[in-house]
Design a protein around this ligand. Structure first.
Ligand SMILES: Nc1ncnc2c1ncn2[C@@H]1O[C@H](COP(=O)(O)OP(=O)(O)O)[C@@H](O)[C@H]1O
Ligand SMILES: Cc1ncc(COP(=O)(O)O)c(N)n1
Length: 288
């Protein structure tokens, strides 16, 4: 049995965070373990409270699991503080496991899930250890310090993040407008591809980023190559958004059952053209 770990915050509403990650692992046939960084009192309308864990206890959760079980891939989500980021990085030292870092900063309802001063710790300590970094556009802007207004800016921002030591950066396009949801993927060796699906008009997008990075982690734990794990994860999240469960009164959760139910049947268009010539409306996309 392949084992994955999520190091993230608990979402009491069940659509994002630890809960989204474990549901995704389970659906993809991977045994899920977890280290909880914070409890959030949250529903589809927003986050009403945050209670963060002691950094040393986060470290203990990770180390106790890892000394007993061969964890193949790890993902991080909400890390909340510089102290927790340092504890996580310390726990993963000497470990060969692949690491997916989803740099969760702000919840869809607007609540801050990462303290402002923790961004430096993220860049200096955790990113050099990461296999894949999965920022959305606003997160990519904060980490890289580059304002993203065009595809050229995307590439500049990706290069700035690759220079921090991550092996691969996926800049997710969920926050753009335009008829397609386009994510762009950049590797250390200079190679690149973009992947796009039709954009679905919906507010049921709570936990999309968590779900995408958890699916990617699960596929890596199963031994998929990095590129095929990324593409399968895009299918997983697309199907999860396409078949909403209609739960709650705000940004409802995505449907983690859809990928398995539909046997992963989802069209993703892959392009290796840097000029985005096939993505005609991308340049007109506006940030939310
Ligand atoms: N409305 C949508 N239709 C189709 N795919 C979407 C939509 N919104 C987000 N996605 C996809 O979901 C994944 C998560 O992206 P995003 O929502 O930008 O992340 P985050 O939750 O971190 O803000 C990406 O693959 C993105 O392209
Ligand atoms: C515990 C936790 N982790 C992550 C998110 C981000 O998810 P989203 O951006 O969809 O609100 C969240 N809302 N809560």
């Amino acid at each position: 049995m392949n084992i994955a770990m999520t190091i993230a915050g608990s979402d009491s509403g069940g659509g994002a965070g630890i809960q989204a990650d474990l549901k995704t692992f389970q659906e993809l046939g991977v045994f899920g373990t977890s280290a909880i960084t914070a409890l959030t009192a949250q529903n589809t309308l927003g986050v009403e409270g945050i209670f963060s864990a002691d950094p040393s206890f986060v470290q203990q959760q990770i180390e106790v699991v890892m000394k007993d079980m061969p964890v193949k891939a790890v993902k991080t989500g909400m890390l909340f503080s510089a102290e927790i980021i340092e504890a996580v990085t310390h726990s993963l030292r000497d470990k060969e496991t692949q690491l997916v870092v989803d740099p969760v900063m702000i919840a869809k309802g607007g609540a801050s899930l990462l303290q402002h001063e923790a961004v430096t710790a993220l860049k200096k300590t955790l990113l050099p250890r990461a296999t894949v970094l999965t920022p959305n556009i606003p997160e990519a802007e904060v980490i890289s310090g580059i304002e993203i207004k065009s595809p050229k800016d995307l590439e500049k921002a990706a290069n700035a993040m690759l220079a921090m030591g991550v092996s691969c950066v996926i800049i997710k396009g969920g926050h753009l407008e335009g008829k397609d949801a386009v994510d762009t993927v950049y590797f250390q060796d200079g190679s690149f591809f973009s992947m796009q699906t039709k954009r679905i008009s919906t507010v049921q997008t709570h936990g999309t980023g968590c779900t995408f990075s958890a699916a990617l982690t699960a596929f890596l734990a199963q031994g998929f190559s990095l590129k095929s794990a990324i593409i399968e994860a895009k299918k997983f999240v697309h199907l999860a958004i396409q078949h909403p469960l209609n739960i709650g009164n705000g940004h409802g959760p995505t449907n983690h059952f859809a990928y398995k139910k539909l046997s992963g049947n989802c069209e993703v268009t892959i392009s290796e053209e840097r000029e985005f010539s096939s993505l005609s409306d991308y340049g007109h996309a506006k940030l939310h």
